[in-house]
Each structure stands twice: as C-alpha cells, then as structure tokens.
Design a protein around this ligand. Structure first.
Ligand code: ARG
Length: 503
C-alpha cells in the first residue's frame, strides 16, 4: 500500500482518505477508463512535466522535489516508449496511474506534490486536447495526400470526356478532370474545417484545477507554452466543462466522411459493369466465395460504412453533452471513446482511399462513349440555335425537345447526324449533318463551355492550378502547426534535462 493514501481501506487509490471500504468490482468495471486513457499516456506525462516545471518556476515546489518528480516522470516516459507501461485498471485512469507510479518511485514526500494546483478535471481535458490535436494533424496530412492524388489525375485528364449526371441520369458531357477536381475542391473545404477545429482545440485548460482556479500563484501561460498550446482558456469553469472543440472535430470528420462516402459511392457504381467507367486495382478489391468471376469494390463499400460509424460518434457526443450542468460531470469520461473511434475510422478510410484512387484504371474509351449517350449534347444544340439563329432559349428548348422525341420514336440518337439535320431543318432551322456533328460531339461540347469554372479543359487546368496552390499552402500550415508542437516538446525536454543535470 502506498503510504499516506487510502489508509484504513487497504486501497491504493489516491482519493481513498474519506472512504471506509474498497470500491465494488462491478463499480470499478463501470467507472474505470484505462482503455480510452491509454491513447493519451504520452500526453499525461508531458502535461505533468510542464505542470511540475511551472510549479517550481512559481516557487510552489522546491528544486529538490522537482528533481525527484521529473526523474520519475522521465522513467515513466522511457518505460512507456519501450512499451512497458500499461495502465492498471484498479487505478481508474491514466492520471492516477502516472501519479501512483511517480509516488512509488519518488516517494510520497516529493511525488505527492505534483498534484498541487491541479485537478484531474483540468488534467483530463488537457490530455484530451493534446491527443486530439495530434490526431487532427495526422488526418489533415492524410487529406492532403488524397487531394494531391485527385489533382494529379485531374491534370492528366483535363480533356477526356465522361457523362455528367443529374438525378443519376445522363445530363451533359463533362471532362474527367472536371469531375476529379470537384472532389478535390470538396476535400479542400474539409481541410479548412479540420484546421479550424485545430485552432479551437489547441487552447490550454490546465491550471483551472477542479473548476474555480487555485489559491497558488501559478503561471498558466507558462504551462500553456511548454505544452505547445496557442493560448490559455481564460475562465477556469469554461476550461473544465467545455467539450465543443471535440464536437467541432467530429462535425468536421462527419462532413469529410460524407464527401469520402460520395466518392466511394461513385467508385462502386462506376466500376459496376453496367457503367464500366473504371476498374479498381486488384489490391483494393475482393472476390466472392461462390462466384469465381466476381471482383467486388469492397473498399468503397466499407468507406460508406465507416461514414455511418463516424456520424454515429458525432451523435453520441452531442447527446452525451447536452443538458449537462456547469462544472465537471463524470459523463465527460465517455467523451473520449467516440472521438478516438471516429479518428481511427477517418484515418483507416483515408489510408485506403488515396492508393485506391491512385491505382484505379479509368476506362477512358467507355467514359467517352457514354459522354454523349442519352442525348447528353441536346442542351448544347439548343444553345447553338440561340446563338446562331438568334432565337429565344425557350423556343430552342422546345425545338430540340421535339427532335429528341422523334429520334427516340425512330430508335436513333444525336449521333445520327444526317437524320438530326433533316429533322431540325423540318422544324424550321436548316442545318447540315456536318454542322450537327460539330455541335453534338462531346469533345466539342466541353470545349464550347466558356463560363468561369466550367468543364472546358482550359478552365479545368486553371481550377487544378488554383487547387494545387491552396494544397501547398495547407501542407505548409500543417507543418507549421506540427513544428510549434515539436518545438514546445523539445523545450520541455530541454528544461527537464537541465533540471536533471543532463544538459
Ligand atoms: N477519467 C476521468 C475522465 O475521463 C478523469 C477525471 C476524473 N475526475 C473526477 N472528478 N472524477 O473524465
């Protein structure tokens, strides 16, 4: 039994003083959080190092006690990095585990001073924010990789045509690069949402103590700086009770997954032989146990499924937090599993999506063949009549509509240029087969688009260039955020080593 704690109960608990008996085993199972907490052991140790350094800087603990505390925190860190530090369930959580380890090593006289001016309430939310910001950086990097893959593909297919859809029906010819760049543009906004979530996450709650602040002369700004935070959460009560930063992250993940799921849906549908517009590489497909011929786009289907899981985690967190009264509530403990799970789902999805898109075969001939199918060039024929014959658009729409009706009845298409020319001429607008061909050929249709941001190959290349430029900026923002964290960690470590006389 550790000296000075849980006296009389035989408990090792650091809060045992007022209790006469040990906790019921069902209660322990119900209340301990070591599994979710195992994600933030490194953060708990770093946070404790920063807190201890601050306590000494402010004259709250002696140099001698600081040395003992830091020595044992370093040993804990080394053991953790060697994979030898596992959390004991009967110590409830990561905070009690690290502190108990410290007390065993440094002894209660020094070890028992680390928790001065600190509560598990500000400690847990500090660890949580520190771990989540690390996940956010990892996810932002993975989104950048996928954006890069899509933009590379878009640049090399700026002129290739494919069908554009509305209502999943052939609508107008577009270019492959246009389609891919649209997905990349969506992911760019996802990145912005993640970067915003990072800003709000990276604020320091430590020093708020249980809820009211502390009567010790602490320096919250120093701790925030040592722990790599960009600022301090001023109001102590707000600091311990707010979880909206996590809601923001899960909302950003949910929007991201919705976009990934839509892309995945297109992989599934477009790779179906009925469309036949793309083929997933064998490395990202699976077979059937009974049908030897099958090649299934399971990665796309599982990406859709992971999206459901992430949306569910957002709902779980929103529901957990609603109607909680002010201050720390133990309900908060259940905020971490949904966040870790969502992060892992997002990372797993992005890890597969990027190489799957990179290795996919785009069946350009089939795409081109479908680009003009189902009268997809009809709108452009109507536009041509507006321009060349100075007719109101509504009349041209009507004329081309009757043309399509007659072609359908005759079992023909817009590719039957001679017949199209005859019918349009009959409908009062003399036109030759050659003219028709020059208007309805999908390659001509996409070239005819002139508006800003249209599917015209030149507009597509301009769009890709802009998206690439933004991508580079986002990539350097991520690295700058990472660098600030690394520098803060190095500074903490430098000060730790200095105190331990190892500098
Ligand atoms: N495991 C707890 C959590 O995740 C740590 C904070 C416990 N605080 C308390 N007052 N019981 O929220």
């Amino acid at each position: 039994m550790t000296q000075g704690c849980g006296s009389g109960s035989g408990s090792e608990k650091l809060w045992g003083g007022r209790f006469a008996s040990d906790v019921d085993s069902a209660m322990l199972d119900f209340s301990e959080s070591t599994e979710a907490d195992s994600y933030m052991i490194a953060e708990d140790i770093w946070g404790s190092q920063g807190h201890a350094l601050m306590l000494h800087d402010c004259g709250i603990i002696s140099r001698e006690h600081l040395v003992e505390i830091l020595r044992w925190l370093e040993i804990a860190r080394e053991r953790f990095e060697a994979g030898e530090l596992t959390l004991k369930r009967d110590l409830e959580d990561v905070h009690m585990n690290v502190e108990s380890y410290l007390r065993e090593g440094a002894g209660p006289e020094a070890g028992g001073r680390l928790h001065t001016a600190r509560s598990r309430n500000d400690q847990v939310i500090t660890d949580f924010r520190m771990r989540l910001r690390r996940y956010l950086l990892q996810i932002r990097r993975a989104v950048i990789v996928l954006r890069g893959v899509l933009l590379e593909l878009a640049a090399s297919h700026s002129e290739d045509t494919m069908p554009g859809f509305t209502h999943t029906q052939h609508a107008q010819p577009i270019t492959v690069g246009f389609w891919l760049a649209a997905h990349a543009a969506g992911l760019e906004r996802d990145e912005q949402r993640l970067a915003n979530a990072f800003v709000r996450t990276n604020q320091c709650p430590l020093g708020a103590a249980a809820l009211a602040g502390t009567s010790f002369p602490t320096d919250r700004e120093l701790t925030a700086e040592l722990l790599g935070f960009d600022g301090v959460i001023f109001n102590a009560l707000d600091a311990v009770q707010s979880r909206d930063f996590a809601i923001e992250s899960l909302a950003a993940f949910s929007a991201l997954m919705t976009n990934l799921s839509r892309m995945a849906e297109e992989i599934v549908v477009f790779s179906s032989p009925a469309f036949g517009m793309l083929e997933v590489d064998d490395a990202f497909a699976t077979g059937s146990s009974i049908m030897p011929q099958k090649k299934n786009p399971c990665a796309g289907e599982l990406a859709r499924a992971r999206t459901a899981a992430v949306h569910g985690r957002l709902m779980e967190l929103l529901t957990l937090l609603k109607a909680l009264p002010s201050g720390y509530n133990r309900d908060f403990q259940n905020d971490k599993p949904p966040v870790w799970q969502a992060c892992e789902h997002v990372i797993a999805t992005l890890r597969v999506m990027a190489p799957m898109w990179r290795s996919m075969t785009l069946k350009l001939e089939r795409m081109a063949e479908l680009a003009g199918a189902e009268f997809a060039s009809a709108t452009e024929l109507a536009n041509w009549l507006v321009r060349e014959r100075n007719m109101p658009f509504r009349d041209c729409h009507e004329l081309v509509g009757s043309l399509v009706g007659r072609l359908v009845a005759e079992g023909l298409t817009l590719d039957d240029h001679q017949r199209v020319a005859e019918i349009v001429t009959e409908l009062g607008q003399p036109i030759s087969a050659e003219q028709v061909e020059g208007i309805v050929d999908p390659v001509e249709v996409v070239r005819a688009q002139k508006s800003l941001g249209s599917t015209n190959p030149r507009q597509v290349l301009a769009c890709v260039a802009q998206l690439r430029c933004n991508l580079e900026e986002d990539a350097s923002d991520v690295e700058a955020d990472q660098q600030r964290l690394d520098e803060a960690y190095d500074e903490t470590m430098r000060r730790v080593r200095e105190v331990l006389g190892e500098a």
